[in-house]
Design a protein around this ligand. Structure first.
Ligand SMILES: [Zn+2]
Length: 640
C-alpha cells in the first residue's frame, strides 16, 4: 500500500539515533491530544476517498493506511509520526451544543453551527466535491436543513474553495444565504493567487509534498492536516464584510462577536466568539502546531507580534468566557482552565519568537545565526501544540529578521556575490574540482553531516548539473534530512528535492491558471498589475503605447501606458491623444483571461472593439509572457 520513492534509501545510523532522541525528550505517554482529537466523534464515510467528475482521486486517506502503526519507522521523526496519526482522525464531530466539525476530509476543517432556521457553514474546505460530501455527512446524522450563511474565516484557499459544494450562488443572489468575510478578503484572495501565483504554485509542491508518494519514506503529513485536495476550487464573493476591529452580529439566531486579526496567519483574517455557546473560534491563529510566520512555499512575511497581540486580546476578552476553543484545522480544547493555558502558551510562543529574534538582531546576530540559536524555552518545549510541524523556529526566525531588516545581512561580501551557477563553479574549482568535493562529502555523509553535504553537493550540481554522483549524494543527504525533520513541510521539501535530484524535474509544462471564480473576483487594478508582470521588459525595449480601456458593463475606464519597458495605468481616466481605445465588457475580459475566448475571435465577433491604431494593441499583447510551472529548483534553469 505505502509507496516508496524511486531510489529511496533506508535511515542511516545517525538518522536513527537522531529520531530516537525525540522519544526520550518528549512526553509520548500523554494521550490527551488523541482523546481530544477523537472526542465527539459521530460518524464518517466507509472509505474516505473523493473523486472529481472525471473520476480522478482528489483526496484519499486510503494511501495513509501505513500510519496505523503506533511506532514510527526509522525514516520518520517520531514527533511528526505522532502528529500524522492525530491528523488521521476523520468524519463528523460534535464540538459542543450546536457546533459540529467535519475533520480529516481535506487539509482544513469545516465548522457547522446550528442556527434557528438552518445551519451556518464556516470555511467550506478546498474543493466543492469534498465540501458537498462533508455537508451531506452532517445532514445524514443531523437532518437536512438549509444553509443560511457561509463565513470565510480568512483569505486562504483551504477556507473558501469548496463553497459551491455547500451553497448555490442563486440563493446568495436571492438573499437566502449571506456570506461573511473579514475586511480586504477579496483583495487578498486574488492578490495571493495572481501576482506571484506561478512561483508559489511550484514552490508549494515542496512544502506540501503533493507530488510525492505517501509512505514511510515519502509524504506522511503536511502538519496542519494530511494534504491539500485537488478538486474544484470555487469562490462566491462575500455579501457582508466585517470592517471594524470588533463587530457583533446575530447570524441565523446565533450571536457572534467578530474580531479582525489583520496581518496574522493571513492578511485578512478574523476570530469569532459565540457568547451564547461559550465557544471561541480562532480561525487559523491557534492550531496544534507552530504555524508559519513565513511559509516555505513563499509569501509575504507575516507579523508575529500582531499574531501574539490578537491571541492575547482574544484570550482576555473571549476565552475567559469560553468552555471550548477550536480552529479551522486540528481538534478543539475543552475546559476553561485548559484552554486558557493553551492560548497563553500559543501567544507566548509567537511573542517569544518575535522578541528574541529582535533581541539577537540587536546584538548583531545574522539571520542564520539566530535560526541556529533560537529554540523553544524549557517551559514550552514539551507542549505538543507549539512544536514545529508546520512552521519551524528556524525558518520563522529568519522571517522575523526579513520583516525588519530584509534579505541582506549587512556584510558587503554578501551584497553582490556571483549568481548561483558562477559562484558554484568557482567554489568547486577552489575545492579542487567536483571529484575531490564528492570524495570529501562522502566522508562527511558517513559522519551524518547531512546539512553540509546537501549544501556542498548542491554547489556541484549547480556547477555540473550532469554530475550523477553529486546528484545522488545530494539526494541521499536531503533524504536523511527529511527523515529527521519534525516539521512536515521540511520533510516534504527535502524529499521533493531528493526526488528531483534523482529523477530530474518532471513537472508538466502547464500554465498556472487562476480558477474561474478567482478571475471573476479580480479587480481591474490587479488585472492591469498582472499585465505589467507579464510584460517582457527586453522585448518592450524602445516601444511605447497609450491605450484607453472602456468596460461598459461595469462603467469603468482605464488609461494604460507603455514606456521605458514598464506598464502603468490610471483608473477612472482616459488619456488624451491615446494610440487606441479598447471597448469590451468585463464579462468578455474574464473569458479572454480564462482562455475560453481568443482575442482575435472576440474581435471578429464584435465583443471587443478597437478604435484608433489597432496595431498598437496587438503589439502590446505580443510583448506579454506566459508562465508555466515547470522550472528547475534544485538545479540550474535549463529552458528559461
Ligand atoms: Zn488553512
Amino acid at each position: 500500500m505505502a509507496a516508496e520513492p524511486q531510489g529511496s534509501k533506508d535511515a542511516t545510523p545517525p538518522t536513527c539515533a537522531h529520531n530516537r532522541s525525540f522519544l526520550d525528550a518528549l512526553p509520548f505517554g500523554d494521550r490527551t491530544d488523541f482523546e481530544d482529537a477523537a472526542r465527539g466523534f459521530i460518524g464518517t464515510l466507509p472509505k474516505v476517498e473523493f473523486r472529481n467528475a472525471e473520476g480522478r482521486v482528489i483526496f484519499s486517506l486510503e494511501d495513509y493506511a501505513f500510519l496505523a502503526h503506533e511506532q514510527a519507522p526509522d525514516t520518520v521523526n517520531p514527533s511528526l509520526w505522532r502528529q500524522a496519526r492525530l491528523n488521521m482522525n476523520n468524519g463528523l464531530f460534535q464540538v459542543s451544543d450546536r457546533i459540529y466539525q467535519v475533520r480529516g476530509f481535506d487539509i482544513s476543517n469545516m465548522t457547522i453551527i446550528e442556527g434557528s432556521r438552518g445551519v451556518i457553514v464556516i470555511d467550506p474546505l478546498v474543493s466543492t466535491e469534498i465540501a458537498r460530501a462533508g455537508i451531506e455527512l452532517y445532514f445524514q446524522h443531523r437532518g437536512r436543513k438549509p444553509v443560511t450563511a457561509v463565513i470565510y474565516s480568512h483569505s486562504h484557499v483551504d477556507h473558501f474553495g469548496g463553497v459551491r459544494g455547500v451553497i448555490d450562488e442563486a440563493d446568495v443572489k436571492a438573499g437566502n444565504v449571506i456570506i461573511i468575510a473579514p475586511d480586504k478578503f477579496m483583495e487578498e484572495v486574488t492578490k495571493e493567487n495572481v501576482l506571484a501565483g506561478t512561483p508559489m504554485l511550484r514552490r508549494a509542491m515542496f512544502q506540501f509534498g503533493g507530488l510525492l508518494p505517501k509512505g514511510p519514506r515519502a509524504q506522511v503529513d503536511a502538519g496542519l492536516g494530511k494534504v491539500i485536495s485537488r478538486g474544484t476550487v470555487t469562490l462566491i464573493p462575500p455579501t457582508q464584510i466585517i470592517k471594524k476591529p470588533i463587530e457583533v452580529h446575530t447570524i441565523d439566531g446565533v450571536e457572534m462577536i467578530f474580531q479582525l486579526t489583520p496581518d496574522t496567519e493571513a492578511p485578512a483574517e478574523m476570530h469569532m466568539f459565540y457568547p451564547g455557546l461559550r465557544a471561541l473560534n480562532l480561525a487559523e491563529n491557534a492550531t496544534h502546531n507552530l504555524h508559519n510566520i513565513y511559509p516555505i512555499r513563499g509569501a509575504q512575511v507575516r507579523d508575529a507580534n500582531a499574531w501574539a497581540k490578537y491571541l492575547n486580546e482574544a484570550r482576555d476578552r473571549f476565552a475567559t468566557k469560553a468552555d471550548v476553543v477550536f480552529a479551522q484545522h486540528h481538534w478543539p480544547i475543552w475546559g476553561n482552565a485548559r484552554l486558557l493555558d493553551y492560548l497563553g502558551k500559543q501567544r507566548d510562543t509567537y511573542k517569544y519568537l518575535h522578541d528574541q529574534t529582535l533581541r539577537f538582531m540587536s546584538h548583531g546576530l545574522k539571520a542564520g545565526e539566530i535560526a541556529e540559536r533560537l529554540a523553544l524555552p524549557k517551559s514550552l518545549e514539551k507542549e505538543w501544540h507549539v512544536r514545529g510541524y508546520y512552521g519551524t523556529f528556524s525558518h520563522n526566525a529568519k522571517a522575523v529578521y526579513q520583516r525588519y531588516l530584509g534579505w541582506y545581512d549587512a556584510n558587503p561580501a554578501n551584497l553582490n556575490p556571483l549568481p548561483p551557477v558562477e559562484r558554484a563553479k568557482k567554489t568547486i574549482a577552489y575545492m579542487g574540482g567536483a571529484a575531490a568535493a564528492i570524495a570529501r562529502a562522502r566522508e562527511d555523509f558517513a559522519k551524518g553531516e547531512y546539512r553540509w553535504v546537501a549544501d556542498a553537493m548542491s554547489q556541484v550540481v549547480f556547477a555540473e548539473p550532469e554530475n550523477t554522483a553529486a546528484r545522488e549524494l545530494g539526494a541521499d543527504a536531503l533524504e536523511q534530512l527529511g527523515y529527521q525533520s519534525e516539521s512536515a513541510t521540511w520533510r516534504n521539501a527535502y524529499l521533493q528535492g531528493a526526488r528531483e535530484l534523482r529523477g530530474g524535474m518532471t513537472v508538466p509544462a502547464i500554465p498556472s491558471r487562476a480558477g474561474t471564480d478567482i478571475v471573476r473576483g479580480l479587480s481591474l487594478d490587479l488585472f492591469f498589475d498582472f499585465l505589467g508582470v507579464r510584460l517582457n521588459g527586453q522585448k518592450a525595449e524602445g516601444k511605447t503605447a497609450v491605450i484607453n480601456w472602456e468596460f461598459p458593463d461595469t462603467a469603468q475606464r482605464y488609461a494604460l501606458t507603455l514606456q521605458n519597458c514598464a506598464l502603468t495605468y490610471l483608473a477612472d481616466r482616459h488619456a488624451e491623444g491615446a494610440d487606441a481605445a479598447v471597448t469590451l465588457d468585463r464579462a468578455t475580459l474574464n473569458r479572454v483571461i480564462l482562455r475560453e475566448l481568443a482575442l482575435p475571435e472576440a474581435l471578429a465577433g464584435g465583443l471587443v472593439k478597437i478604435a484608433g491604431n489597432g496595431m498598437k494593441v496587438a503589439e502590446l499583447f505580443a510583448l506579454l509572457d506566459d508562465f508555466t510551472i515547470d522550472f528547475e529548483v534544485v538545479e540550474p534553469l535549463c529552458t528559461h
